[in-house]
Write a protein that binds this ligand. Sequence first.
Ligand code: AMP
Length: 537
Amino acid sequence: MDDQLLLPSLMRRAEQLYGDREVVSRLPDKALHRYRFTDFARRAKQLTLALQRMGIGPGDRVATLAWNHYAHLEAYFGIPSAEAVLHTINLRLPTDDIVYIAAHAEDRVLLVDEALLPLLEQVRERTHFERIVVMLATKPVPDGMLDYEQLLAAENPDEFEYPEFSERTAAAMSYTSGTTGRPKGVLYTHRALVLHSLGLALAESEGITSRDKVMPVVPMFHVNAWGMPFVAVMMGADLVMPGPHLDPVSLIDLLERERVTVTAGVPTIWLGILSTLDNSTQRPDLTNLRSMLVGGAAAPPSMIAAFQERHGLKVIHAWGMTETSPLGTVSILPRELAAAPAEEQLLSRARQGPPMPLVEIRARGETGVVPWDGRTPGELEVRGPWVAKAYYRGEENDSRFTDDGWFRTGDIATIDATGSMQIQDRIKDVIKSGGEWISSVLLENALMAHPAVAEAAVVAIPDPKWQERPLACVVLRQGESATGDELREFLGKDFPKWWLPEQYAFLQAIPKTSAGKFLKSALREQFSPAREAQGPQ
Ligand code: AMP
């Protein structure tokens, strides 16, 4: 009963029970690489041994700068099996941030994709890795670097012994990709990641089983690809890794070709896939795809409905954060609504849903914890065995963690009587108009339900009379047109008059964050009064 919950134990299970399961990876040249869990376990063991030979041991940080593929999967297990900490660096961060987090984490070794060497070149002078190891090398590696394959080839996997140590040891770490201030580090223990994997395997969440083929579109550098690689290895599900090819056509091809059953990613990815599916004359066969996990930003209800109605595909909406490993809530249709009309089911599925087992949520308003009435908003607080209790090295700990052990998310949410949570906004994105709050998220979702709108982001702009007013930034679908007046009238069906944006800016694209979310700070800056010359029409 005192067995420690360790990631290497998941690998041992995969090796013993599911050696024939496949990992399929799309390489930079678009070729598909395939191997089995037996190969994965052997090579992950060799990586552990190679790291130990370099002097890497308990607590040392080993960084990765890599897309989703089999060698990155080996790092996911090979590094924690050496009792070291897997630090996945977000390759889309500004180079200054990459330099900052590599120094902050004190990464000793870096595993980097050959395809990302140009990016590494931009930061190399300002970083201090003791060793740099190149993965997926197709030619001799640059001077001073090591070839991952040669390193592995020098190790005998039979010398690997499954380790025993405390489950509270750190296995991995991520940095927040906040748009203001420095990124903050979050450590994940072995225990947290194993429990989070069990959570993902529950039928009441993603229900991952050994019959699944899981394709994480969410990058392995974004909160551990939401735990998908860990749960796939634990449960013996095949893995399909898209590599750097994240355009809709490549993704749809992989989903169809490999008969993927479960996939996961942020809404912008699915919006792109939806419009490609809508416009394609030849229908791909996606009948195996049973679930698309969408989170990281609010999934527009119109998108959930469109996938269901036009393509027979099921979106599961989930909420989480870097600080919550990441899954906190998953929106599964409650049994009370099993026979409800489609519109009512959609309203429920579009919410962020109830907390996962072992996770607790509450929302705090100005006068304390708010009632679960589905109406009263407050800042969402969360706790549970895979929720961080502090930031690495203590930054902002006082302001983000309560005295009684809850993490303050910075999200504004309502919670209904069934415990189902709905995100209204980020505290920093909510629009404060005449002393009241306007939810940018609800306006965006409504705008994206308009047939001419591909993407919409709503931000606050300063207003002399009301303090702030909403500005709608809209990207129209190809070949479609709509005016600000038409959009305003469209919104008028669902919202009070004082919520309706007066101003509409039609853009070619909405700027995105390193995690593929709308970068609202850039829009606020672009449309601030000082830049009025380029302002909205
Ligand atoms: P990150 O740490 O980069 O994963 O970002 C976490 C933040 O993304 C949360 O605090 C939310 O503001 C936002 N987020 C994540 N999932 C959702 C969702 N399903 N709906 C709305 N916002 C979300």
